[in-house]
Design a protein around this ligand. Sequence first.
Ligand code: ZN
Length: 371
Amino acid sequence: MFEFNVITESQTCRARAGLLQTAHGDVETPVFMPVGTRGSVKSVSPEELLAAGTRIILGNTYHLYLRPGCDVIRRFAGLHRFMHWDGPILTDSGGFQVFSLAKLAKISEEGVTFQSHLDGSSHLLTPEKSIEIQTCLDSDIVMCLDNCIQYPATREDSRDALEITTKWALRCKQAWQESQNSRNALFGIVQGGMFEDLRQRSADELMKIDFPGYAVGGLSVGEPAEVMLEMADHTLPLLPETKPRYIMGVGTPEDLIELVALGADMFDCVLPTRNARNGQMFTQNGTVNISNARYKEDTEPLDSGCACYTCRNYSRAYLRHLYMARELLAYRLNTIHNIHYFISFMKQIREAIQADEFESFRKAFYRKLEN
Ligand SMILES: [Zn+2]
């Protein structure tokens, strides 16, 4: 019950519009997936996500495994019913958070041992365990456990991480096949640091294992934006054209449009939601810091071109007031707008690709940012 089809390809670059079909509904690509870390996209309800145009969300295996845990989620036959989200869900493998959040993460060929950041309890995350947890969550798209390294990394460390990633990918594929959950799809994750030949090797090894989709991992880990784009430019064409290509953990609207031009289909990032809670709003004319005194008496909506619930009903002055007073509604209204901005931005990109007007859309996007 998982399929991906490319519907239109741009004539001038590698951008493409496609359709993902999952057991929980269809998703048009390119797509942005809001991050629902602990079974909730912070401060907004599933109804508000839908109204903002969201079709697929991301959940974090590490957080959900530690709290509330699989025993609770199994009673609801998965994360969908537990959190009242009927649409598709992609879950990460848990690896990234183990390395970034947990204490004393120690890697071996078997897996990663770590201590919970919540209570210090010890755990072992193996490829098999990651698949078991994601199966319990009933994720529509399951990610392989990979070894993501920081930037900068030496060639030797990048090579070691890629070798472990390939071995784990093979074990994930076996565990996924044995789970007999044919409703979902397992994606492999390309590693290899910032070394082109290692990226090539990682892609080749994963394609030999054969996955329904591929992600490019290990980007946006502290490298300059141009290095991230160079590495994506090199890696994306190595992956099969008929499979979805997912860039993990990226990025700004500028990053997204450039990565679409390079052939990427799927994205996730905490940027719109986290920045909303910090008062940084994305608009067609660039970012707006809502705490700025210039908005104190501003009766205009945040973004005059935006059709979201927040912009239809509230002024900049009111949003600034809520934010300055630390009212809880500030987080919700800001998040609704930022998610709507990212989702409708991707939708406009898709429409431009389908009309073969991607290049002029890209130019107009940058022109408006300069205003
Ligand atoms: Zn808006």
